[in-house]
Design a protein around this ligand. Structure first.
Ligand SMILES: Nc1ncnc2c1ncn2[C@@H]1O[C@H](COP(=O)(O)OP(=O)(O)OP(=O)(O)O)[C@@H](O)[C@H]1O
Ligand SMILES: [Mg+2]
Length: 191
């Protein structure tokens, strides 16, 4: 679906640029269902106004994670798809979720024109696929989520909190993870 319309085959990521950043958290997802469960946890941990910036090559699971987030917020997950021909979709659960995909952004200078700032109301959660296309113009306080192919079906997912709100979100997410026996096996490392 999204892979076909975006036109490049996914490759394997090699570098781990975030490995040593303080406060980062890594986990492995062994299936799309696990990624969905992780997304649901994120959705439940959201309190409103957070920015979630998603990085990762085509087919790495960014939309799958957002689908889980929508479900965790109580919005219908089946409505979630990569906003390939428009830049932003929105979904409504216990909070509004704005879902942007910047893949087709030609330059970060277009960013002010796609309407992302319309969602900057302190309550709407914003999830941004291909966040790297925004250059340095993303809000400073954001939770970065980097997804990397490790082998077919396996994704390494790295969380990098940038700012106080993002750190609080990640703390809630990790607390939820630690209290769950079902997903305890997903944890590989804690910093
Ligand atoms: N562990 C996994 N987590 C997430 N998706 C997985 C996993 N294993 C396999 N997949 C498959 O990888 C694909 C991920 O697609 P998805 O649309 O979520 O990627 P994306 O990162 O949003 O791509 P795009 O950059 O094109 O928007 C799906 O076909 C899904 O079934
Ligand atoms: Mg996508």
């Amino acid at each position: 679906m999204a892979q076909a319309t975006k036109g490049r085959a996914p490759g394997r990521a090699g570098r781990k640029p975030h490995r040593h950043l303080p406060g980062t958290w890594h986990c492995l997802s062994k299936s799309v269902a696990e990624t969905d469960r992780l997304g649901r946890r994120i959705g439940r941990a959201l309190q409103g106004g957070e920015i979630v910036a998603l990085y990762g090559e085509l087919g790495s699971g960014k939309t799958a994670l957002v689908r889980g987030m929508a479900a965790g917020l109580g919005a219908p997950p089946e409505a979630v798809s990569s906003p390939t021909f428009v830049f932003i979709h929105e979904y409504h659960g216990r909070m509004r979720l704005a879902h942007a995909d910047l893949y087709r952004l030609q330059s970060y200078t277009e960013l002010p024109h796609i309407g992302l700032s319309d969602y900057d109301d302190g309550r709407t959660v914003t999830a941004i696929e291909w966040a790297e296309k925004a250059g340095h113009d993303l809000p400073a306080d954001r939770l970065e989520i980097h997804l990397q192919h490790r082998s077919p079906g396996i994704r390494e997912i790295t969380f990098v909190p940038r700012g106080a709100r993002a750190r609080r979100l990640l703390a809630r997410l990790r607390a939820g993870q630690l209290s769950s026996r079902r997903t305890a096996g997903q944890r590989r490392r804690t910093r």
